[in-house]
Design a protein around this ligand. Structure first.
Ligand code: K1U
Ligand code: ZN
Length: 170
């Protein structure tokens, strides 16, 4: 099922999420819905608070060509980050049509629980590294615009407020 994606500003996008205590059938359904919603958008990642669920789970697939590589990360945490940074023009499905350069560690090692309940660890680089950090930020109530200066952030927020007013009018 495709779920509605929350648009900034929304208080749920600013709140840290709760850790997942147990991998249940309901959680597996949420992950499946999130992947369907991400591919439909289309996007390369999606975090649970973007669909209004305040749990620490994210999905991503940064493969641009070839067979898809869907990933589901439960309770993810960055256990190592490189000193070298990489800059990427980020977007966000909760901030449509707005893009800005954000600098983040170029490589990160992330530990998480999989849908089978087993702990996993992997080092990411390139778009995967940017995306996993962007999605973990969502779980901590942080948006990519929080890395920008106050003027640029305010300008984007005003555009989103206008978009939401227009969407509400139909
Ligand atoms: O979390 C999100 O809002 C999803 C976001 C993830 C992301 C994109 C770029 C850099 C970091 C994180 C998106 O997927 S925005 C859409 C997008 O980038 C894209 C859409 C279609 C094809 C390829 C990329
Ligand atoms: Zn986002």
């Amino acid at each position: 099922m495709i779920r509605d994606i929350l648009i900034h500003p929304d208080p749920r996008l600013k709140k840290p999420c709760e850790p997942v205590a147990e991998v249940t059938a309901e959680l597996a359904q949420l992950a499946a819905d999130m992947l369907e919603t991400m591919y439909d958008a289309p996007g390369v990642g999606l975090a649970a608070p973007q669909v209004g669920v305040m749990k620490r789970i994210l999905v991503m697939d940064c493969i641009k060509e070839g067979p898809p590589e869907p990933m589901v990360l439960i309770n993810p945490s960055v256990v190592w980050a490189s000193e070298d940074l990489s800059s990427y023009e980020e977007g966000c499905l909760s901030i449509p049509d707005q893009y800005a350069e954000v600098k983040r560690p170029a490589q990160v090692k992330v530990r998480w629980t999989g849908l089978d309940g087993a702990e996993q660890e992997r080092q990411f680089e390139g778009l995967w590294a940017t995306c996993v950090q962007h999605e973990i930020d969502h779980l901590d109530g942080k948006l990519f615009i929080d890395y920008l200066g106050p003027l640029k952030r305010q300008m984007i927020t005003r555009k989103m407020e206008k978009l939401k007013r227009e969407m509400a009018r139909g």
